[in-house]
Design a protein around this ligand. Structure first.
Ligand code: PLP
Length: 419
């Protein structure tokens, strides 16, 4: 029963098992949510995301008197989520004109937005410049050439230069982005020339340097090493240390807390460059992963050599297990507990479409409602229409009320681009 099974730290803050034995998120019974909104569905606890936003703000405030947190919107690019973090005082990082449009639709002021990207298009930069966004993170010399052409000299565009510090944190290679041989940013050999070129363009104001060494990082020590690498490039007003803090996907994951993360980053900045520098940080995953669960319906249970529990979603709503073997856990939403060793699989036409290999569910049966927690980061973001899947809605739940912030796709949406 409920009391015997406390919820693991992977669930949204405040989630409970109610007297019917069903999971509640944001005060809403998920069985009722599935009935009302259908499955698959992303259920977001709004209060969880606000609590994390506030927790991270306080953690940095305790360590620095000159910092700015920027939500990496790629982790959960939807207007309502961008709006939530903007309301909590975050800036917003976008990686394309498309993400820029989403942030603006969420009401994020242009001046609070920063644009990234290792292959920014003319259109990306044109939009950014026209709208007067807060800063552009320059990745390569072509960015500088294009910005020089696009800016008419009436105002100066703030920029950062993205540097690859040659540091690889302990994470999956697919999400390690600051090593000695990466597609992102200027390496240490080419950075001095890029800095000189940026400083020579009158319409640009070089605020500082940026790095993002990777994602799902548990060991925080590489941040100081990354800053030490940057020290050879001179001293700047501001340093953007990227995102990267790990989230807990399974009960075995114990990422550093926000206080530890903020202390590591602020401490590293001060120890390498001394006091008086502005610290920017742009987390995504650690803010949004655990605030969201995905609800699925079980369509079939097949007993082959192994048992396959097949649900009505899969790699179309959560690509991460297939992309880089990401681990999740699952429960039957109104019958927590294990007992049946099985694989939780998707509905797509690939054998690799396995959401959770070696899952442990409580007597799964067709018609059951399955919940997979910690799906807020890079789930909705990477969702796709493989096999004509209709991308799931995003439902915000708070204090027992639920509202749709992104509706489910329809067949018409699938055909809207066909001519
Ligand atoms: N900043 C940049 C430039 C990124 O590419 C990313 C993610 O890929 C982030 C920030 C956010 O990283 P995370 O979600 O690990 O916090």
């Amino acid at each position: 029963m409920a009391d015997a099974q406390p919820l693991a730290n992977v669930y949204p803050i405040g989630s409970t098992i109610n007297e019917l034995g069903r999971l509640e998120v944001g005060g809403c019974d998920v069985v009722d949510l599935a009935r009302e909104f259908g499955t698959p569905a992303y259920i977001v606890s709004e209060d969880d995301m606000r609590a994390r936003a506030r927790g991270l703000q306080s953690a940095f405030a305790a360590e620095s008197d000159d910092f700015k947190l920027i939500f990496a919107s790629k982790a959960f690019p939807c207007a309502a989520v961008c709006a939530l973090f903007a309301e909590e005082g975050f800036g917003c990082d976008v990686a394309s004109a498309g993400e820029l449009a989403i942030a603006l639709a969420g009401g994020v002021p242009a001046g609070q937005i920063q644009m990234h990207g290792n292959a920014k298009s003319e259109l990306d930069l044109q939009r950014a410049v026209e709208l007067g966004i807060g800063a552009i993170v320059v990745d390569n010399l072509r960015d500088l050439d294009r910005l020089e052409e696009l800016l008419d000299g009436s105002s100066r565009q703030k920029i950062y230069l993205r540097i690859a510090p040659g540091v690889s944190p302990d994470t999956h290679p697919a999400i390690s982005t600051g090593g000695p041989n990466t597609k992102f940013g200027f390496d240490l050999e080419h950075a001095p020339a890029a800095i000189a070129r940026a400083q020579a363009i009158d319409s640009l104001e070089l605020e500082g340097l940026h790095f993002h060494i990777g994602s799902q990082i548990f060991d925080l020590s590489p941040f100081e090493g990354a800053l030490r690498s940057l020290a050879s490039l001179g001293e700047f007003k501001a340093y953007n240390l990227g995102g990267g803090l790990a989230a807990a996907y399974t009960a075995q994951d114990h990422p550093p807390g926000y206080a530890e993360y903020a202390a590591a980053k602020a401490g590293a900045l001060e120890s390498v460059f001394g006091p008086g520098h502005r610290l920017l940080d742009e987390p995504g995953r650690a803010l949004v992963a655990n605030g969201c669960v995905t609800l699925y319906s079980v369509e079939s249970v097949k007993r082959n050599v192994d048992t396959y529990v097949a649900v009505d979603g899969g790699m179309s709503d959560n690509l991460r297990p297939m992309l880089y073997g990401a681990r999740y856990e699952a429960e039957i939403a109104d019958r927590f507990g294990g007992g049946t060793a099985c694989h939780l699989v998707g509905k797509h036409c690939e054998s690799g479409d396995i959401l959770i290999r070696d899952a442990d569910l409580n007597q799964p049966a067709a018609g059951d409602l399955v919940v997979v927690p910690a799906t807020g980061a890079y789930g909705h973001a990477m969702a796709n229409n493989y096999n004509g899947a209709l991308r799931p809605p995003v439902i915000f739940a708070s204090n027992g009320d639920a509202r749709v912030v992104v509706r489910r796709e329809s067949d018409d949406d699938l055909l809207v681009r066909d001519v």
